[in-house]
Design a protein. Structure first.
Length: 358
């Protein structure tokens, strides 16, 4: 059954000093969904978040919440929660005081505040910390308190702007797991802003990839990674293997490139033999063997560098033309060649994405 739209962003545009920041953005979020706004700095994602929050007014367009136009409504009347990178905790207050502050401002009775604080501390795995000064907490603990505070009044919508950006990668990875689990446990609808695609993939149900004030691609993390909509999307997602080529055959689909003929799973409609195209090869889409062990669908490349990364080995290669450079992630110690060795590289056709040459 199709879910009803909870939040509807309709034809939003915004400019500052005649410089466009958002161009006709439309987007819907269903109840209980975690929507991530992903993109590079300056793409407009934080501006869009601030417009949803009521901290900015759009030049054009509407924000609808359950069918109600809230565009002119001030931020304090929207009953939304906000969580930022810098925590914004009150250093002179205890953990419990910070979590309960917004509830006190709303006139909640103290027994009800205390019960809610204890409930949330348990939820964020900080039971027993209510009387602890916040300045004694680690960065990860402070971020958990900030999350509890933003969730305390049961917001209709939770908005998170780069909430884990100040944390190191290991701590961020753990908090991402916990954050996603907490939001799902509560059924909390959320809009999450980040520039980190791994963070977006870990937490979001759907991702809106933004570029220069527009939505470049919208889909689940799996859809966006497996089928990037453009070379920009592929590059932003960390796919550096981008080649030019010429359609050699439709059946089977083959493309001639500077490193040889590559089999692909499918071609965009409207391309014919002789047409130019751009190719992206996902980094996990290759396997290697010694160059004296010939096989089908293999190309010969020269190993430039091999870097062991634990679960995988990053290999960098160059074509026999000396110009075309590629990088792949090989599971474990799957490549034992040395720099300067020639290796056979098998490319998985499903890992090759083809775009029209625009």
């Amino acid at each position: 059954m199709m879910k009803m739209s909870f939040l509807s962003i309709s034809h939003i545009s915004k400019a500052y000093d005649d410089a466009p920041v958002l161009h006709d953005i439309s987007l819907t979020v269903t109840r209980g969904e975690i929507m991530c706004l992903l993109g590079p700095s300056g793409c407009g994602k934080t501006t869009l978040l601030r417009i949803i929050a009521g901290l900015e007014q759009p030049d054009q367009g509407q924000i609808l919440l359950e069918g109600e136009d809230i565009t002119p409504q001030p931020s304090h009347r929207r009953d939304f929660g906000l969580m930022f990178q810098d925590y914004a905790l009150f250093p002179h207050m205890t953990v419990g005081g910070n979590i309960g502050f917004g509830l006190k401002m709303r006139g909640w009775p103290q027994p009800k505040i205390s019960a809610r604080v204890q409930e949330l501390l348990s939820l964020v795995e900080m039971a027993g910390y209510a009387e602890r000064p916040v300045y004694e907490l680690s960065g990860g603990q402070q971020q958990r308190v900030a999350l509890a505070r933003s969730l305390a009044p049961n917001p209709r919508l939770l908005m998170l702007d780069e909430p884990l950006g100040a944390l190191d990668r290991t701590l961020r990875d753990q908090l991402l797991i916990d954050l996603q689990a907490i939001l799902k446990q509560l059924g909390q609808t959320a809009v999450y802003v980040t520039h980190d695609q791994l963070e977006a993939f870990a937490v979001a149900d759907r991702v809106a990839l933004m570029r220069e004030g527009r939505i470049e691609q919208l889909g689940t993390p799996e859809e966006i990674y497996l089928h990037p909509a453009s070379p920009f999307a592929a590059r932003f997602l960390g796919m550096s293997n981008i080649l030019s080529g010429e359609i050699a055959s439709l059946t089977p689909p083959l493309i001639h490139t500077a490193i040889g003929r590559l089999p692909v799973q499918e071609l965009p409609a409207g391309l014919y033999p002789g047409d130019r195209a751009q190719l992206v090869i996902r980094p996990e889409g290759a396997s290697v063997s010694r160059a004296d062990r010939a096989g089908s669908n293999q190309i010969v490349l020269t190993l430039v560098n091999r870097s062991f990364r634990g679960a995988h080995t990053l290999i960098q290669l160059v074509g026999l033309d000396g110009k075309t450079r590629l990088a792949f992630e090989i599971p474990g110690m799957g490549c034992v060649a040395r720099a300067g060795d020639r290796v056979n590289v098998s490319i998985e056709p499903s890992a090759v994405i083809v775009f029209e040459n625009r």
